[in-house]
Design a protein around this ligand. Structure first.
Ligand code: PSV
Ligand code: MN
Length: 430
């Protein structure tokens, strides 16, 4: 049975917070007006912002040591849709879902489409999975998939990606995201060039099968599950593969997939410049691919990434239109709460980047005034845009305080009664 948050309940919670929000919004409006910024224009852009939710993010994540599931975990993709609807109903930021196959494969895609439509949700990029073996699979991915030394294993991995495209077509998606765990654990184990050539040969077959209007996004990752080298290790290998394949192959940047202290915003700029920025997997990272909540560790980094994105839009850069998706693992929080918080943090970075005085920044850059250039960015970053975000949510029927409204709704308690305990604490990174 599906449960939806009652709009009257949202309205009721909002009523109690409305007067304070109005006051804060008007005060911020006066501050921004002094800098020549019209708060209404910013609020309209904030309201139009969207970031997709990963279907796998609504289940409790884990590490390779353990997983500690919470109550009312979604049992299947239909349950996941219910949770995604709650996130969107309260945040008004996440009307699309990025599915992962075969985790979300069903016999009847028509029923899935019907349910998503009834919840006001659509389908974003399709993710394939050749980093795990599935029951009954003929060839193992232990030593790789698209780059495997064995041709039959590569063919099996290609066939899975083609199947993903077909499923994606049924859902109305138009993008396939490919991340492979292929790589090596020991120096000498794999011939770097030959492995990359095999990967490219496999990807050429997938690229050739892309339906009209589709793109393939390649995701790089420095390590894990392979701990010495990975075939698509960094943005360099990623963009080389994308260039080799063609126009409709682009690079996807997962914020957690780089070496510590890497200048991700510069990578983003380069990809934009060469029309190769496909999209993002937003999350935050302290040590590696931690999949922590967006904005939890490095909010300034995310702002700097959005500074590049807003700048590209401002300059009307040709071929610019990346997809925004979250990709996080929630080990100790309620995933619905983490995903709402994260979507809002990504939106916050976007809105702050809208406040950057771009003509002034360009002037400081041309005059080599490093301090004032940096201060120009900081002035935008240091502005608390919370009233804009809350106002944008409220105007669209969302919650002024999504977490409080969610907790007051009793949704988790309700689904915990209806969904069987997912049980156990087996390991599992999602
Ligand atoms: C790999 O760590 C990754 O970031 C890819 O996007 C996968 O599809 C996803 O996580 C799986 O959890
Ligand atoms: Mn990812």
């Amino acid at each position: 049975m599906s449960m939806r948050i009652d709009p009257n309940q949202i309205e009721e919670q909002n009523t109690a917070l409305q007067a304070a929000l109005r006051e804060d919004y008007d005060a911020l409006g006066r501050t921004l007006a002094r800098a020549g910024i019209d708060i209404e224009a910013i609020t309209i852009q904030a309201a139009a912002f969207e970031v997709a939710v990963p279907s796998w993010g609504v289940g409790t994540g884990g590490t390779r040591f353990a997983r500690f599931p919470g109550p009312g975990e979604p049992v299947d993709v239909f349950d996941k849709l219910d949770d995604c609807a709650v996130i969107n109903d309260l945040s008004r930021l996440t009307s699309s879902i990025s599915p992962h196959f075969p985790w979300d494969a069903v016999d009847d895609f028509g029923a899935l489409l019907e349910k998503s439509a009834s919840l006001g949700l659509t389908w974003d990029s399709i993710n394939s999975n050749t980093f795990q073996d599935q029951p009954g699979q003929a060839h193992s991915y232990k030593y790789g998939s698209l780059s495997h030394t064995d041709e039959a294993t590569r063919e099996q991995a290609i066939a899975h990606n083609l199947q993903c495209i077909e499923w994606g077509q049924q859902l109305g998606s138009d993008t396939l995201t490919v991340w492979v765990g292929d790589g090596s654990n020991h120096p000498g184990q794999s011939h770097f060039q030959r492995a990359f050539e095999r990967y490219l040969d496999s990807m050429r077959v997938i690229y050739a099968a892309l339906p009209d209007g589709w793109e393939v996004h390649i995701e790089h990752k420095m390590f894990e599950p392979a701990f010495y080298s990975t075939v698509i290790q960094d943005w360099g290998s990623n963009v080389l593969a994308a260039m080799e394949l063609g126009e409709r192959a682009k690079s996807l940047v997962d914020l957690g997939h780089h070496a510590p202290n890497c200048n991700i915003e510069m990578i983003v700029s380069r990809l934009i410049q060469f029309k190769k920025l496909g999209g993002f997997h937003f999350n935050d990272s302290k040590y590696g691919d931690d999949d922590l909540d967006s904005g939890a560790i490095h909010p300034y980094q995310m702002f700097l990434v959005f500074n590049e994105l807003v700048d590209a839009d401002y300059r009307k850069q040709e071929g610019f239109g990346p997809r925004y998706l979250l990709d996080q693992s929630h080990n100790v929080t309620d995933p619905i709460e983490s995903l709402m918080n994260s979507a809002i943090e990504v939106q916050r970075a976007f809105v702050k980047a809208l406040l950057v005085d771009r003509p002034a920044l360009e002037g400081f850059q041309d005059d080599n005034d490093a301090l004032m250039a940096s201060n120009t960015l900081k002035a935008a970053f240091n502005t608390d845009v919370s009233p804009i975000l809350a106002m944008a949510r409220q105007r669209q029927g969302g919650a002024i305080d999504p977490i409080a409204t969610y907790r007051a709704s009793g949704y988790r308690e309700q689904v915990a009664k209806e969904r069987p305990d997912s049980g156990g604490s087996g390991s599992g990174i999602v």
